[in-house]
Design a protein around this ligand. Structure first.
Ligand SMILES: *[C@@H]1O[C@H](CO)[C@@H](O)[C@H](O)[C@H]1NC(C)=O
Ligand SMILES: *[C@@H]1O[C@H](CO)[C@@H](O)[C@H](O)[C@H]1NC(C)=O
Ligand SMILES: *[C@@H]1O[C@H](CO)[C@@H](O)[C@H](O)[C@H]1NC(C)=O
Ligand SMILES: *[C@@H]1O[C@H](CO)[C@@H](O)[C@H](O)[C@H]1NC(C)=O
Ligand SMILES: *[C@@H]1O[C@H](CO)[C@@H](O)[C@H](O)[C@H]1NC(C)=O
Length: 344
């Protein structure tokens, strides 16, 4: 009896093994039928899977060439052209809120790149584990993204324009806020600051909304603009600095990542950092003193000798920039842990 058991075992094993080999063969056949490849032509095809924040824009014509001088870069939103797309772009907000899904049921050409796009901070992106191992490229305000897409930048000045420091200043400090959250550090700083100086507040929260046209002229009447980010993360420096301060001609008082991070993007003497001061009292003393000395105040605009501000606000410009990646040879790349990357 004892000797029979192993033989039965071996028979069982052989039967199981045969079935398994047969199953693998079937699976391979199925896979072969499923495999697909990219249908390439000389143009780079960028498929925007869904509109960022549901905001539609015109994609007719050769947008990247006509608007931004980027050749052979075809931007479109035709999902039926999936198998021709070199890059498929997925804006994170709609994946996160469940209104859009990744096309995981489609056969994905191995050469096709999926791009994860979010210009929001980790505080808004939420949990990303579900997207690990799916994306090849990222586009973000982060400098280490495949496509670094800042909210703005200083570019070498093309014109010989003089400094534009608005003369008619009537307020020491101004702030535009639409989304006021008591827990945000910026709200706490504002609450303390307003006990020391008058802060002129605009925006929906203050029930003093500004139109796009009113924004810059209004802020130009302030010596300082509170360029306070809603959350503090590496490289997260938004239009509050580029547009609301620099373009308006007000000196930014920033709250966000550390000073060193700002200094990677703008000259050290172009902004005032809240963390430079041991107390808000000393910050306020400094602001008052600066506003009263024109020579000193003007020194904060010295960057205008060599630079001008470029603000990135058009999704088309951002998306066309993807094609510039193709100027270098491309390596295979996968974000195996997108969550860790995005929260780094
Ligand atoms: C998801 O975001 C879109 C904007 O892209 C918005 O229109 C929609 O209402 C949001 N849906 C939910 C369920 O929050
Ligand atoms: C490439 O794009 C240009 C401009 O959009 C277009 O005229 C041309 O037909 C495209 N070439 C191919 C092979 O699709
Ligand atoms: C300066 O500001 C005041 C309001 O404080 C306004 O009445 C006046 O028109 C402004 N002057 C110029 C030249 O913009
Ligand atoms: C203003 O600042 C400059 C440079 O720091 C200094 O030389 C000058 O004396 C100051 N003027 C006044 C009136 O305090
Ligand atoms: C893109 O990512 C997918 C999914 O991880 C991977 O299978 C594919 O090899 C990657 N392709 C490139 C070109 O990096």
């Amino acid at each position: 009896m004892k000797a029979l058991l192993p033989r039965r075992f071996i028979l069982f094993f052989l039967l199981f093994w045969t079935l398994w080999v047969f199953y693998r063969w079937l699976a391979t056949q199925a896979n072969k039928r499923q495999s697909c490849s990219l249908r390439m032509d000389s143009n780079i095809s960028i498929l925007l899977w869904h509109w960022p924040f549901g905001h539609q824009f015109e994609l007719d014509g050769d947008v990247c060439w006509e608007r931004y001088g980027i050749p052979r870069c075809h931007l479109h939103n035709q999902r039926s052209q999936f198998y021709y797309a070199d890059v498929v772009v997925f804006h994170h907000n709609e994946l996160k809120n469940g209104t859009q899904k990744l096309p995981l049921d489609l056969c994905r050409p191995p050469e096709q790149k999926w791009l994860w796009l979010s210009l929001e901070s980790p505080a808004s992106n939420g949990i990303l584990y579900a997207y690990n191992g799916l994306f090849n490229w990222t586009m973000s305000y982060r400098r280490d993204a495949d496509i670094f897409m800042p909210y703005g930048e200083l570019v070498p000045k093309k014109t010989t324009k003089e400094y534009i420091i608005p003369k008619n200043k009537s307020f020491l400090a101004c702030w535009v806020v639409s989304n006021y959250v008591t827990q945000h550090r910026r709200s706490k700083v504002y609450e303390s600051l307003k006990k020391l100086i008058k802060v002129q507040v605009y925006g929906n929260w203050a029930k003093r909304p500004l139109t796009v046209k009113e924004l810059l002229p209004t802020i130009s009447r302030c010596y300082f603009y509170l360029a306070f980010e809603n959350s503090e993360f590496k490289d997260y420096i938004t239009e509050k600095l580029w547009r609301n301060s620099f373009q308006a001609g007000a000196v930014p008082v920033v709250l966000g990542p550390p000073r060193k991070n700002y200094e990677l993007l703008v000259p050290p003497n172009s902004f005032i950092h809240v963390d430079d001061f041991e107390s808000l009292d000393s910050l306020v003393d400094f602001l008052k003193q600066l506003a009263s000395n024109e020579t000193q105040y003007r020194s904060y605009f010295k960057w205008q000798e060599h630079y001008e501000v470029k603000v990135y606000a058009d999704w088309r410009e951002r998306l066309c920039k993807i094609c510039t990646l193709y100027q270098k040879p491309l390596n295979k790349k996968v974000y195996h842990n997108l969550h860790a990357w995005a929260n780094r």
